[in-house]
Design a protein around this ligand. Sequence first.
Ligand SMILES: Cc1ncc(COP(=O)(O)O)c(C=O)c1O
Length: 420
Amino acid sequence: MATPFDYADGQLGVDGVSLADLASEFGTPLYVYHRPTIHAQLAAVREAFDDYPTRVCYSVKANSNLRLIKWLNAREVGFDVVSAGELTRAVIAGVPAERVVFAGVGKTEAELRQAVASKLWMITLESVEEAEAVTRLAEAMGGSAVPVALRINPDVDALTHPHITTGRGMDKFGLIPAEFEAALSWVLERPEVELVGLHMHLGSQITDMRPYEEGLQEVVRCAKQAQEAGAPLKWINAGGGFGISYGGESVPAVADFAAAIVPQMRPTGVELVLELGRFLVGPAGCLLTTVLYNKPRPARQLAIVDGGMTTLLRPALYGAEHRVLPVEEHHGALEPTDVAGPICESTDYLARRHPLPRLESGATLAILDTGAYGMSMASHYNSHPGPAEVWITEDGLVEPIRRRETIEDLLTIDMEAFEA
Ligand SMILES: Cc1ncc(COP(=O)(O)O)c(C=O)c1O
């Protein structure tokens, strides 16, 4: 889906809500999410996969807002968590344990203990050592066998940005094909765990179907081997990764992903799990930020804004490119514009040489498609408090879903030791 944010009567907004008004009311930097877009994205996935038994999960790392998790929980999605913190968020939001998958390449013993005690849907194991740790804990804690999945690293290039590629043999994630057999035998011999799933996650922002086809071929081969060895497999988790359009370019439709994934699943007889983050929430968000200064630079204008890499890390981290629009519509000439944040790092840019009108101090810009990996990657570097988040409901209501942080919030933990 294209961004829902568009111009009407000279103002950028959505469903009659003006982004300039939101910036005035809530201040900037401000994340704004359009809930009907999340709903539409979820419905599109469910429809595209509706002729194969499929459970759609939400990958909490994409946007961990509690209100969002609660809202998605009411739509009966499953949840992919990768830390005790994300698991705790799901629990607080009311997600039942049997709808939570716990993945993650470096779970600590304390996290595994919490996962085992919570009786989750399944824990995804990424190494034999981790399987040993879960077995030890399960033995010590008693109770029925812990449902687990094995994460396969099928050694497939996701053909996306190298920093968000996770299924090549050299990557740290999962079991490479040479490790799988030993892990399978190990797990099948232990009564404390029950192998109910296989998992792969090849990377994020994938726009080519070949990685899914090749990766699943390997996972399906492993599934056959596991079934022949007596594993009670119920699920194959094909991960997340569906790409979205960041620059207005055309990207595959969700039906294309279904066409690549479903035919491979049919011979296995097990259900499909998807754990999507970016696709569900990315297009629904925009980040509002205010121009503080406009400095001349050779062959470009340089706008210094109040939100930077601590608010939206993706451009600094991966060179990600987002569309940037002024909230007041402009019909005049555009200039190549660097949009830089206030942080003392030379990578602190939100956009480079982006076509924008001449920007005065006080102008508000909207950085589009920032619903995923925006707020959840925000940091406090340079002691900047985190931005606020609001969403727009199906009735066009604006609801704050996280207040702006204060400097007092930032200092709370430091002060404990400082005042001791
Ligand atoms: C294991 C796992 N599953 C799902 C996802 C979600 O990916 P995406 O947001 O691209 O759908 C990620 C993201 O990195 C992940 O690591």
